[in-house]
Design a binder for this molecule. Sequence first.
Ligand SMILES: C[S@@+](CC[C@H](N)C(=O)[O-])C[C@H]1O[C@@H](n2cnc3c(N)ncnc32)[C@H](O)[C@@H]1O
Length: 454
Amino acid sequence: MGAPVAKDQELELTVDSLAYGGNGVARLNGFVVFVRRGLPGDRVRARVTKVKRNHAEALATEVLEPSAERVDAPCSHYPACGGCRFQDLAYEAQIAAKEAQVADALRRLGGVAEPPLEPILPAVERFHYRNKLEYSFTPGPEGPILGFHKAGRWDEVLDIERCWLTTELGNAIREAVRAWAREENLPAYDQAEGTGYLRHLVVREGRNSGQALVELVTAPGERFERGYLVEVLRRFPEVRSIHWAVNDTPAEVTNLPTTLLFGDDAIEEELLGLRFRVRPNAFLQTNTAMAERLYELALDAAGLTGGETVYDLYCGIGTIGLVMAAQALTVWGVDVSEESVACALENAELNGIGNAAFFAGNVGQALEDLRERAGPPDVVVVDPPRAGLAGKALRRVGETGVPRLVYVSCNPTTLAGDLKRLAADYGYRLERARPVDMFPHTPHVETVALLSRS
Ligand SMILES: C[S@@+](CC[C@H](N)C(=O)[O-])C[C@H]1O[C@@H](n2cnc3c(N)ncnc32)[C@H](O)[C@@H]1O
């Protein structure tokens, strides 16, 4: 039987829940319709945008009866801005939806009939929680526009006046850079035409250290006066590190080699009493306060007693491993980013930690070498990107046979798929899992899961 709806058809739907990724879920005589911009409890008019055999996608064009859980979004750029999806959904409803998504993924994709799920840990701060933001430049009638892409648009950028996810300082730095660009008559890069100069601005803040790092990304050529940009940015005493990167490709990337224009090449951040050096391209969890909570949960799940060999896989700048080092015999970290590993080594030294070593490599390939060097692990912590334990990584992790596996996940669907394979192929059992809300108003949810194998 074909789908009961057609493309461009207008429907009236009641949204029941939120699917992972942020779309509302509605049912038309049992047939699932994912409704973009529909919130749980809304009755909406929606236009069908895509039809598949088992479900359709639609865009809410009008809210006919608003959900009782709708609230006023504080940000004047909402909902045009693509940064936040749920500012108009009560926070309690946001976290309930995220918790339900993790439970659903574990049941449906993980094959765990009754997931041992602990209640979601809410965010410490609902706004102003991000320690890093990347802005795009685009040409505007009065000079460069500097802000975020409009929701769903790669080719349109919204001029942001005040972002509710960053701090007053973060907002002030962005405003100063836009004013500088206009004063200096520098043209913004036009992504569609491939012309112009200013491309991106990255601002990172050490929220516990009070230090800030700024990176300007341009097209090739030195078309600005370095000294004046530095002068403008040094009006903020927090700015300790200013970098310039050149992007000579059409791709919108900021992860590029940089030239240091001012200060130290890294800033420092403090997490759980340890100091961490953060370079422009190194990974750092973007919600500092919740990163500390996340690491406390991982530490608790690891159940260390002082005698363990711990592998910290996908270690970034070594945060999890270094937090665990005081309670372990040895810690061995692996990350594919050489820059992150350089930071991790530096961070071990900075904190006087002598029982942690870090290596650059792909987890799928580096694990055999690591076992030869470090011996078998007692605890493995994995914190992979959204794709989960991709490639050979899952097999290699399963083959370690480690009795205690702590899985820090930023995507419950890949977590669930990986758990299923770890259970079926390597005998692991999910002991417990706790969702964590690191990113209010967005669809993202982290989970700390403990797996064991007897
Ligand atoms: C979610 S981050 C976690 C970093 C760190 N654990 C933390 O909490 O800050 C994922 C990390 O995986 C690294 N990565 C991605 N693919 C990898 C791979 N195949 N092998 C090793 N590391 C990888 C990235 O460079 C990044 O640092």
